[in-house]
Write a protein that binds this ligand. Sequence first.
Ligand code: FES
Length: 144
Amino acid sequence: MALYSEKVMDHFRNPRNVGTMENADGVGEVGNAKCGDIMKIYLRIEQDVITDVKFETFGCGSAIASSSMATEMIKGKPISEALELTNKAVTEALGGLPAHKLHCSVLAEEAVRAAILDYYKRNHIPYNEEEFKQCKCAHCEEHA
Ligand code: FES
């Protein structure tokens, strides 16, 4: 079996929603200290719905494919649904990632959450801090 699925290769070669966004409603930037990769996600939010998403990823192919897929998965969705996005769902949508690359999909989940948190903070929208404190992704659970 090839190391990377066709979907991973497709999203790596033709990433969707790449770029920046002027006057974004929420911006989230996360990094992985170990590999040094950085992911930034920009959100346009109208009436609690994510109407547009852009991303910039300085990182490996799996991180680029994960961010591309994550942006596709949350575009047009209400914030509440975007908050439910897990790295597991991103990985599955990509047709899987090698075990040592699962952390790349974690970055995508975290970047989305960071951008939503930024939106909440900018607009003084009350949020449940606990919900943002602990990453509930499969990767973290595995290593808990
Ligand atoms: Fe760091 Fe993929 S190797 S995000």
